[in-house]
Design a protein around this ligand. Sequence first.
Ligand code: PLP
Length: 378
Amino acid sequence: MNLDFNQAPSPSYVVDERLLIKNLEILKSVQDRTGCKILLAQKAFSMFSLYPLIGKYLSGVASSSLYEARLGYEEMGKEVHVYSPAYSDTDFEQILNYADHVVFNSFSQWAHFREKVKQAPKKIECGIRVNPEYSEVETELYDPCAPFSRMGVTETNFNPDELNGIDGLHFHTLCEQNSDALEHTLQAVDRKFGKYLKKMKWINFGGGHHITRPDYDIERLIRCIGMMQDKYGLDVYIEPGEAVALNTGYLVSTVLDVTHNGMDLAILDTSATCHMPDVLEMPYRPEIIGAGKPGERTHTYRFGGPTCLAGDVIGDYSFDRPLHVGDRLVFCDMAIYSMVKNNTFNGIALPAIATFNETDGLRIVRQFSYDNFKVRLS
Ligand SMILES: *Cc1c(COP(=O)(O)O)cnc(C)c1O
């Protein structure tokens, strides 16, 4: 059975489970070869209907909030790790019911909650997020080591007298990067925090490891993990989001109108700002199956969404033949940072969510309606 995008509702996110499994096998092989534990960072991909499948390969979830912690606990049922720049008292109380690891962003948060952790119904291991002040991320929006960053404790602010009850250190400084950037980061972490790692049980390398990308150097990742295991006897955790579902999903859309204003324009039933906000935030131009760069093929169009935001523009694409109303367009790599970030701005409907595998074919997991728009307003 083949994946036929014409069978999918429009707009809809479609995740191809065959591609997801390929990624999961790569990640599992890293776990098997090193003994490290790999967690799904739900921030990137929270498609919980696939958590039972993901849980067959990975060790659990990384969560950035109470709701993500609960979702991972209820839907995957494996290890639940939580990190947040700051916890509220009310959220923290509930997080204690779900978490196995809690990572604090500051020594003041640790001091505020340490007694609560001790009294928790289950044993929870605690960590501190450190900021090695070393990053190769060039987009400021995604650089946790930029000047005045609130993410993690710097070497100057690190308080070795407050480590009683702390089992691990956590860092997260990468974004869509290869293992050379990890290697350099580990050198900085080791230089600044190595003396504290001696007393720890584990280290968490955070996310941003693009492990399932074809040119990713897995052998170097394995050496990096081995370095921390051998030098300090640490358990190593990594929590990629993107890498889990990289290039496994699509956003299926339809041309609603074709117009002209100095160049050919097409309006789609999907929106950059509502359905793929990273296109505007990052920003980047998503690939479309069968389309070329502007000018590369005969007919070039600028694609825009159905919202009233002038800048709701997805990008410029060229085709061998003219586009018509009703044509299907399929955007690539739309599993990650899409469903988790979408919104109903302008009253635009949310895309349906579907999966494909060879046994069940195309399966619509969820469709949204007017109620999903209305329920968030009053
Ligand atoms: C965003 C984030 C991740 C996942 O990052 P990816 O770039 O999706 O791999 C993991 N851990 C933390 C703390 C994060 O903030």
